[in-house]
Design a protein around this ligand. Structure first.
Ligand SMILES: Nc1nc2c(c(=O)[nH]1)N[C@H]1C(S)=C(S)[C@@H](COP(=O)(O)O)O[C@H]1N2
Ligand SMILES: [Mo]
Length: 555
């Protein structure tokens, strides 16, 4: 292994140890203070909208994992460079680590709600990285004399003269012999090995690889342990102790015929429910510390605690949430049973002032969204929700409290980890996604999706059940039609549904003939408006166009 490669790998290992150690320190200073997460968070909040859209399109709900992996790869490449740079100048390497630390500290300190010690994980990690890099480089065969902050000391050809004659004579045996680049310390184990007639670099290499492995192992163990520990601190326990109040009004039962065989489940289980948010790590809030402040353009500002919220009248409702980033035919949509208190009653107590046309909702992590005041007060079941499918909200879906508004896309209504409601004007305040190119107001567009048969699938000839879901939350679905190739539109059978606030399943028996076919679907809402055929991308206010699939029918 060439010296430069050893040095590069040392750099990567040192960075890994730094990140791992930072995770452990972040157990004390908060998960968002870990440098990888902090830097990733800054990226999320600052990438141009098209890049973000690309991320969601390509990685879907895995966009966060992709971001963390991407950030890690960049860091590894940088650290490799720092390791190699150490061969030229130790100062340069330490400076490189310092620069990394600076970026991490700035990111951590500027995150919303950053604690006074948010800088600590990065600084501790960086200090450790300097030490680890030094140890590894010495193991790799760099003379200790080269690893000082004295200016201008680099590993020069002259230092190679310390390589014993026996080693030089054994050219072709070890990696150093072919490159002629491995500087030797007087006490290098390779020297004794060489003198004993063994592979002169064998032990040095084994020692180095061992240290490298040790560093990588330590990094992985500390990183995973730190992450594991932070993720199960207090809140998990607090969540498991929550006893949800009984609903004053239960949701109407799901009618027997709501589910079409082969279609998506009518109720999306919590573990499968799509998740979209800007939080790299979901905020963890102890309900005991939670409170909601309703203020701004109101006659009577209110603050309520978790206890007070649970005392309020609760209702249970099925509502289908949808993400504006959902492509035609996409799956960023889910239906759940929500337990919560009507937000309208709270808003009425606060008393919005005339002109306050926007209800700005703010999450503990600083994310904001804004819904029209008129929509939240028009009598629909807009909820300040605490329960999802019979459980307290899962942490990633907003525990302890979130908003759920039938008929509005999530990014303009469904604030998770909510802690503040501010009555304002659309002309006075732009919520998180608005300056990033998304519409300030976005009712959900009528849409239909074919779930069975699968796109690109093959079927034997004969009747094929075509089925799927259609939605136009709060307006309801009154008709779904299917078209084969360019034939006549056929009316599908609508399944039963709980209310106009959820999606509705449909099915149609297709007398399929052999050959390649395309199937198209379109829905009509409760106001008699059929969804437009004109395709539109998700930005700025939701995708449109008819979902189409291809199916091969065999002879
Ligand atoms: N705090 C917070 N709430 C948020 C978001 C967010 O990024 N942060 N994203 C919104 C978006 S874009 C959607 S589509 C819904 C998704 O809710 P879910 O993850 O529970 O499905 O949450 C909304 N609430
Ligand atoms: Mo969304």
């Amino acid at each position: 292994m060439k010296l430069s490669v050893r040095a590069g790998l040392s750099g990567v290992a040192a960075a890994a140890v730094a990140v791992g150690a930072a995770e452990v320190v972040a157990v004390l200073t908060g998960p968002l203070s870990a440098p990888l997460i902090a830097v990733g968070g800054v990226v999320v909040d600052n990438v141009p909208a098209p890049v973000k859209d690309f991320g969601v399109r390509v990685f879907g709900v895995h966009d966060k994992t992709a971001l963390i992996v991407g950030t890690s790869i960049l860091l590894a490449a940088y650290a490799y460079g720092v390791g190699v740079a150490a061969l030229r100048s130790w100062r340069l390497a330490v400076g490189g680590i310092g620069l990394f630390a600076l970026v991490g500290v700035l990111a951590a300190m500027t995150r919303h709600d950053a604690g006074v010690f948010a800088w600590l994980p990065t600084v501790a990690g960086a200090a450790l990285a300097v030490w680890v890099l030094r140890q590894l480089l010495e193991q790799a065969g760099v003379p200790a004399a080269a690893l000082t902050l004295r200016a201008g000391h680099r590993v020069r050809a002259g230092e190679r003269t310390t390589v014993p004659a026996a080693v030089r004579a054994g050219a072709g045996v070890g990696p150093g012999a072919t490159t002629g680049a491995i500087p030797q310390r007087a006490d290098d184990p390779a020297r004794e090995g060489a003198e004993a007639g063994r592979d002169p670099y064998g032990e040095g290499r084994r020692g180095f690889l061992k240290s490298l492995g040790l560093a990588a192992g330590a990094a992985a163990v500390s990183g995973l342990a730190g992450r594991w520990w932070t993720s199960r601190q207090a809140v998990t326990t607090a969540r498991s102790q929550v006893v949800l109040p009984a609903a004053r009004q239960n949701a109407p039962p799901v009618p027997a015929g709501a589910q079409v065989p082969g279609a998506t489940p009518y109720i999306s289980p919590n573990k499968d429910f799509y998740r979209i948010d800007t939080a790299l790590i979901p905020p963890r809030i102890d309900p005991a510390n939670w409170q909601l402040r309703i203020h701004g353009m109101v006659r009577n500002p209110i603050t309520i605690t978790w206890e007070q919220l649970l005392q309020r009248p609760m209702i249970e409702r099925y509502v289908t949430l949808a993400c504006v980033s959902n492509e035609v035919g996409g799956d960023l949509i889910g239906n759940a049973l929500w337990l919560g208190t009507p937000i309208r009653e709270l808003l009425e107590e606060a008393g919005p002032l005339p002109g306050a046309d926007q209800v700005v909702q703010r999450s503990v992590d600083g994310w904001t969204c804004g819904s029209p005041t008129s929509v939240l007060m028009d009598g629909r079941d807009a909820l300040l929700a605490v329960g999802m499918n019979g459980e307290p909200l899962p942490v990633s879906h907003g525990f302890p409290v979130r908003m759920v508004v039938p008929g509005l896309y999530g990014y303009v209504s469904a604030c998770k980890w909510i802690t503040e409601i501010e009555l304002s004007r659309f002309s006075d305040f732009d919520a998180y996604w608005v300056p990033r190119g998304w519409a300030a107001q976005a009712p959900i567009k009528t849409a239909a999706r074919i779930d069975t048969p699968r796109d690109g699938g093959k079927r034997p000839a004969g009747p094929v059940v075509v089925g799927g879901v259609a939605w136009a939350q709060h307006r309801g679905i009154t008709k779904v039609e299917v078209q084969v190739d360019d034939g006549e539109w056929a009316e599908a059978t609508l399944a039963a549904t709980v209310s106009s606030d959820t999606w509705r399943q449909w099915s149609w028996s297709w007398p399929a003939t052999p050959g390649e076919h395309s199937l198209r679907v379109r829905a009509t809402d409760g106001q008699g408006v059929t969804q437009t055929s004109t395709p539109a991308p998700p930005a700025p206010d939701g995708a449109s166009g008819w979902h189409q699939i291809r199916v091969g029918i065999e002879n």
